[in-house]
Each structure stands twice: as C-alpha cells, then as structure tokens.
Design a protein around this ligand. Structure first.
Ligand code: 0CH
Ligand code: SF4
Length: 316
C-alpha cells in the first residue's frame, strides 16, 4: 500500500530458541505417542498462542501435578521444576517427560555441585518466576539465597565469605546481571562463578541484536507475553540502547496504532517463546497501513539444537 513510509528494522536472531523448539516438540511427540489428553504442568513456554495451539491438539495445561490424573502422561515445562515434582510423579507411578531446557538443567547441576562442595549459593533471578522456583527447588530450603537487585547483592551476608558461589536465571538482562556480579565479586573475591555465563546463548543473542538496532528507532516492538521474562528484558534493552519508545505486544491485534504517530523507524523482535507467524502478522498489519521497507539486522547465526528425551522414543 502507498502511504506514509515506515522502515522496519527486523532483529535476527529473534523468536524461538532451541529450548523452546524442543519443549513444544516434546508435547507434540507425547500427543503422538500416547494420544490425548497429555497434561502439561505450567505453560510449556510463556506464550498463549503456543498454548492454545497445543490445547487444540489435546494438551491440557495445569499448574500443579495434583491436577493431573495418575494414568495420563505429564510434561514439565521448559522453565524447570523443583526436585519434589518428578519425585511426586514417580511416587504416583505417572509417566512423565521433562521438557526443562538443557541449559536450565545445566544450572541445576551447577547448583548441586556447589552444594556438595559445601558452598553457600546465591541465585541471581526474579522472585516467583518458575525457573527460579525450579532452581531453588533443586536443593534443601535455605541452601540458596535469591538476589534480585544490586541492593540485595550489597546486603547479602553469607556465613562464610570465603565459600560462596553464584548461579543465575537463564533469561536475565546481561548488563544488569553483570552489575550485580561485579558487586558480589568485589565483596567476595573468591566467589565461584559459572564456567561460562548461565544467561543462555539465546537470551544473549536476542539482547545483542536489539542493542545493535535500537538507536534511531522511534518505536521498538517486542512480540511476547507479559509472563515472559526474556521478552520483557528485550523491551528494557531497546529503551536503554536508544529507542525512543519500546513496548511488549502479544500480537498485531494488540497494537495501538496511535503509537505509530510520527514513527518513521520501527524496531521489531520477538522473545524466545513467541512464534514467527506473530512477527509476520505484525509486518503484514504494518504493510496494510504504511509503505514499508523491511531491513534485517543480523548480529548472530544460531545453530544450537537439543535432542528429545529418550522416553519419547522408547516403548512405554
Ligand atoms: O523468559 P521466560 O523464562 O519467562 O520463559 P519463556 O518466555 O517461556 O521463554 C522460554 C525460556 C524458557 C526457560 O529458559
Ligand atoms: Fe533454553 Fe535459553 Fe531458550 Fe531458556 S531461553 S529455553 S535457557 S535456550
């Protein structure tokens, strides 16, 4: 359509990461293997469009294991679960498939390793988020202290300052986390750190792409859910990196077109749990209103893939 010009800078990488791809595939394969209904504990990933599509195929989403009948399979979401959850599934003799992203499981293993070595553990993350609940639930109560802010890092008083370790949520702001880690390292020079960042490759890459393109954007839209930690971080990153305005939208139908007044350059990306068809839907909605030019901004190429759990291949 001819009309007002709009440049759309389109971030790459954006959208689904390898852990999300795997988690969704696990639910699909479980439905193929065992038929409907397959229960899923918590949204498999934080996206209503993904959840609705899987519901249409026969998945039933619940928050707790006791909402599942013992004779149907249950899948645990990509965010991870406390150890008590698989233990309870085993006690009830349920068939379960763990869709926890392998990069979240890696953090669980790290925390356990520190605990075995007698270290006091700090988890940098957001209170109440399912990944934080899952990671803290790998160890007995009190073994892990949650730190959310720089002030928390300044206030943290370990029993033994020479024997502290930290781990992080995988979907945090890279820059905010670096500031918190700097405070911890300054206070506890011997603190054990992850071998390589706990913030995952997908979170890092999506934030890097946004940083590379935000300057000069009049508006930056991030497609994702209010419950999606990694998506919300992208909105913050865009604003800090120079976008005049940045917003989270679930899909094109949630856009308020008044936001576009005076907008000549739009930044566009999607959180790790947001399907690509929502991005394309937003571009199509822009095309219907403006004379658009889509300019890809590619800062990394991703080749990570994860294998499915063996239980989906074996005869059960
Ligand atoms: O970003 P969060 O952790 O809220 O989760 P999501 O939006 O479902 O994205 C997938 C990441 C899952 C675990 O790292
Ligand atoms: Fe895994 Fe990172 Fe994706 Fe989370 S955002 S599912 S940790 S790859």
């Amino acid at each position: 359509m001819q009309g007002r010009k709009l440049e759309i800078r389109l971030a790459a990488p954006r959208g689904f990461c390898a852990g999300v791809d795997r988690a969704i595939q696990i639910v699909e394969e479980a439905l193929g293997k065992w038929g409907a209904p397959v229960y899923v504990r918590h949204e498999i990933v934080h996206n209503q469009h993904v959840v609705s599509r899987l519901e249409g195929m026969g998945a039933v989403f619940v928050e707790e294991l006791d909402e599942c009948p013992p004779d149907r399979p249950v899948v645990f979401s990509a965010h991870g679960v406390p150890k008590a959850v698989p233990a309870e599934a085993e006690r009830r003799e349920m068939v379960y498939v763990d869709a926890t992203c392998p990069l979240v499981s890696k953090v669980h293993v790290e925390a356990e390793r520190h605990h075995k070595a007698g270290r006091e553990i700090v988890l940098i993350g957001h209170a109440g988020h399912p990944e934080v609940i899952g990671t803290m639930g790998q160890l007995p109560d009190g073994a892990i202290t949650l730190i959310e802010t720089e002030d928390d890092a300044r206030a943290f008083e370990p029993k033994n300052a020479a024997n502290v370790a930290f781990v992080t949520q995988t979907t945090l702001s890279v820059d905010d986390t670096a500031d918190i880690v700097a405070i911890l390292q300054d206070r506890f020079p011997d603190i054990s750190a992850p071998h390589k960042e706990d913030i995952c490759y997908a979170t890092t890459n999506r934030q890097e792409a946004v940083k590379a393109m935000a300057e000069g954007c009049d508006l930056f839209l991030v497609i994702g859910a209010e419950t999606s930690s990694n998506s919300k971080r992208l909105v913050e990153v865009a604003k800090r990196a120079g976008a005049k305005d940045s917003r989270l939208v679930a899909s094109a139908s949630n856009v308020d077109w008044d936001w576009f007044q005076g907008v000549e350059t739009l930044g566009l990306t999607a959180g790790a749990s947001a399907p690509e068809d929502l991005v394309q839907g937003l571009i199509a909605a822009c095309r219907a209103r403006f004379d658009i030019e889509v300019v890809p901004v590619t800062t990394a190429r991703e080749t990570v893939t994860f294998k499915l759990p063996r239980v989906l291949a074996a005869e059960v």
